[in-house]
Write a protein that binds this ligand. Sequence first.
Ligand code: NAD
Length: 467
Amino acid sequence: MQSYAMLIDGRSVQTSEQDGVINPAQGAAFATCPRATKAHVDEAVAAAARAYRTWRNDEAFRRQKLNECAGAIQGRVEEIARLLVQEQGKPLQKATEEVFGAMFWFSYFAGLEVKPEILQDDDQKRIQVVHKPLGVVAAITPWNFPVILLAFKFGPALLAGNTIVAKPSEYTPLSSLLVGQILKDVLPQGVVNFVAGPGSVGAELASHPDVRKVSFTGSVATGKKIAQVAAADLKRVTLELGGNDPAIVLEDVDPAQVVDGLFWSAFANSGQVCTAIKRLYVHEKVYAPIVDGLIERAKAVKVGDGFEADTQLGPINNKMQFDRVVSLVEDAKQNGGRIAAGGTPLSRPGYFLPPTIVTDVGPGVRLVDEEQFGTALPVIKYRNLDDALEEANKTHYGLGGSIWTSNLARGEELVQRLESGTGWVNHHMDILPNVPFGGCKWSGLGYENGRWGYEEFTELQVVNAKK
Ligand code: NAD
């Protein structure tokens, strides 16, 4: 079985202990992955700390290197995408788009303008605020978008002058390790390092005394553990965590105009998107046609292996998550929910649950209250908009939310009543390199993307000169 190497101090590193990596479309291991020891983590952090001494000095060189990273990824898109399909499950076209997205993020940060801010410049004094790097950064990522989420962190962290030790998810480590091997030929030794293994390797990395910042994307439970560990020596953290995004459809919509957008905002990447629509509130006047439209689409979608040309949705990424989504659907059924489409796993190897539309559920049912992160969507009928907004906000999550309406101005006003990091109107899940992205409440701390994402990887210094 093929294995991919970790990257430490510019060297490809293998380990005697290996973990199988499962192809979720088959439910069987197709490759193995190294498992880092504490010594590997220590070596990787030490290498990043050494590289930091020079990497931090020359911004023009860093920009040039970020552009070269984008070019190197572009040259290997197909190879990375194919590996991503094997370990993550998504359709090849979507995997290809994800890798192009990562390339685009590197290019964006290569060109992001960052200037010192001059607060005073007169006869007496010049006072400037400059951004300085933090040092060694840990980048810990989940399994739903392993490649682009690396780029969300690498672009701004490297531009700012930090060096990195990355720890990808144990479910999808190989595409990240391959990116590491590609970047090895572009970046100076030690600037980026990759270690692999389970959560315990992430914990080792996050608690390392020479790591000055942890940039984490993953679940709320792990995010809280990282915040605790970071508090002990005041490491900086950015936490991009889970969501249970509500979408509220107003009575004034034309169902035919919105149903496609609603369906794909819930089921893209088989629902495994932090900002997927996870609770759909629909006004009673348009409820029936919207539900009918969702059912029609759910039944028409081709679910299958990501390598089959007509596949639109792949499997759920791993057995644990698959069992969880199936059990949430079962629980909804037992609590009065009606399965309007889907609901039964495909009888074939792998973790396939076709798009499942559940009606007749409300608060108190786990599928509504918890983050499902898979192919099941509760559709909740409402009469009074204030009640729907209140229900939508009655959660610890606060990642995204949306209002769907034919009245744009009303949508823009109403969406501000949602307690969410992003409020979309008439779409959902639109994430861009130049627009800040983050969650409120338990959905996170801090932001990624744009100058806000860059600033998260910096510290301010005030330069105050008397003339
Ligand atoms: P997870 O928290 O289980 O794992 C994420 C990463 O953390 C993995 O690499 C894992 O090995 C590592 N890890 C586990 N325990 C650790 C510890 N104690 N210390 C340090 N690292 C540790 O999350 P997951 O199941 O891989 O991802 C799914 C979750 O991620 C969902 O909740 C989803 O909403 C969220 N997510 C959020 C965003 C966002 O930007 N807000 C984006 C994608 C996914």
